[in-house]
Design a binder for this molecule. Structure first.
Ligand SMILES: [Zn+2]
Ligand SMILES: [Zn+2]
Length: 354
């Protein structure tokens, strides 16, 4: 077991050497945090579908070797020096309280997918740092949380609501944050469809209900267990993804990585409705007749998250309160957790505990 001190000590990490191969348990040297780094002792890291896309080689140019994982909850263990970027525009007042705080050893924090942005480009300066061309992503282009320790930029980590255990809080960091961004883009929808009732959907249905909206849950055809799970969480209707809902929807969010759902969802939304694609990867979208898009219907994607999304969602979540459903695995069983997610054997989220 590693100790929080420098020297010849090492920490355990589950490492991707090559896409398509199982993760390997390795011992990496524990070093002091550098400039703009905090060292965090990981308490829990949830397993996201994006991790599968990284491990399976479906996303281009990951850092290699790589520690995956971007839904990290941990304790600040050591703090490096902070070099502020003078050209960087200020963020909103509330964000400054967490996004650029000087963290203290012992604070409970969360590390999300967005790991670093340039702070200088048009996107960064106009509230779209999620689209920064130079952005770095935790567990993809930076090492992530399938490990006992992670090094993060202190301006991109967040205080975690104290009403959650680390395992419960972990799925909030991506399923929650990127799910929330998708939800924001669904606008004021009163009748909201969700295709793919996994980790993100099971958090959003609670928020939607809290805000007086109706959720229509679509699962793989015949997935009665998934449909019952959605109804138990508060969906007003649950059914097969190849069926139409009983009434037209104001908006739909697609979390399943299945392009064929785009024309399906367009058929389910009313004129002027929006279909939001919330995943980072999707199979090809089949061609469809223009009449499905006609009537000012829209299709849009959601990419990554901004720190504002994190700030808003982590403030809202404990008020609802959004409850997470998790299944924990020891860190060494990361490959088993990924396999269970790939096979659809999970309701709720897999969480690794170092
Ligand atoms: Zn930028
Ligand atoms: Zn994720």
């Amino acid at each position: 077991m590693s100790q929080p001190a420098e020297g010849k000590l090492a920490y355990r990490a589950m490492v991707l050497e090559q896409p398509g191969q199982p993760l390997q348990l390795q011992h990496w040297p524990l070093r002091a945090p550098g400039t703009n780094e905090v060292r965090i002792r990981v308490l829990a890291c949830a397993v996201c579908r994006t991790d599968l896309h990284v491990v399976d080689g479906e996303l281009p140019q990951p850092k290699l070797p790589l520690v995956p994982g971007h839904e990290i909850i941990g304790v600040v263990d050591a703090v490096g020096s902070l070099e502020t970027r003078t050209a960087e525009p200020p963020y909103s007042g509330t964000l400054a309280a967490t996004g650029s705080a000087e963290w203290k050893v012992g604070q409970l924090v969360g590390v999300p997918w967005l790991g670093w942005t340039c702070g200088q480009c048009d996107c960064c300066r106009n509230g779209r740092e999620n689209l920064c061309e130079l952005a770095q992503f935790t567990g993809y282009t930076r090492d992530g949380g399938y490990a006992e320790y992670v090094y993060a930029d202190p301006r991109y980590i967040f205080a975690v609501p104290e009403s959650y255990t680390p395992a419960e809080a972990a799925p909030l960091m991506c399923a929650g944050l990127i799910g929330y961004r998708s939800y924001r883009f669904a606008g004021e929808a009163r009748r909201l469809g969700i295709y793919g009732f996994g980790a993100a959907a099971h958090l959003l249905v609670q928020l939607a209900r809290y805000q007086g909206r109706q959720v229509f849950a679509f699962t793989r055809p015949g997935d009665r267990a998934g449909q019952e799970f959605a109804l138990r969480l508060g969906a007003v209707w649950a059914g097969d993804s190849d069926k139409l809902p009983p009434e037209p929807l104001d908006a739909a969010i697609i979390f399943a990585p299945v392009g064929a759902l785009v024309p399906q969802a367009l058929q389910a939304v009313r004129k002027g409705g929006v279909v939001v694609c919330g995943g980072i990867h999707m199979s090809d979208i089949p061609s469809f007749p223009y009449r499905l898009l006609w009537g000012e219907r829209m299709v849009r994607s959601v990419a990554n998250l901004t720190r504002r999304d994190a700030q808003e969602f982590l403030t809202l979540a404990p008020k609802v309160p959004v409850r997470t459903h998790v299944r924990t695995y020891p860190l060494e069983q990361a490959n088993e957790a990924l396999a269970d997610l790939r096979a659809g054997r999970l309701t709720g989220a897999a969480v690794l505990i170092p």
